[in-house]
Design a protein around this ligand. Structure first.
Ligand code: FES
Length: 96
């Protein structure tokens, strides 16, 4: 194993899990997880944060009904029910 320092100042993990068969999931059509992830990626690029902040898709974070869900690493905050209107606030947190 090769170990090294985390290459990003902050990473936000956004659940984009998709489920078929009617079970709720953040990445299902109409749930907003995929769109949120893309909005965050766009905002990171626009703010010149690429290379410092990483937006990463995650699998299920186990609070599916409350999604879309995301958390920032390092940090101790979890966000649920995120909408596109929340992106600017999230970007602030990613740079603080
Ligand atoms: S599908 Fe997103 S938390 Fe489970």
């Amino acid at each position: 194993m090769n170990k090294k320092k985390v290459p990003f100042q902050k990473t936000i993990f956004v659940c984009t899990n998709v489920r078929e068969g009617g079970r709720v999931a953040c990445g299902n059509p109409g749930r907003g997880g995929l769109e949120l992830c893309e909005s965050l990626k766009r905002a990171v690029k626009e703010k010149g944060l690429k290379g410092k902040v990483r937006v990463a898709r995650s699998g299920c974070l186990d609070l599916c009904e409350q999604g879309p869900n995301a958390f920032i690493y390092p940090g101790d905050e979890w966000a649920s029910g995120i909408t596109p209107a929340d992106v600017p606030e999230i970007i602030k947190k990613l740079t603080s």
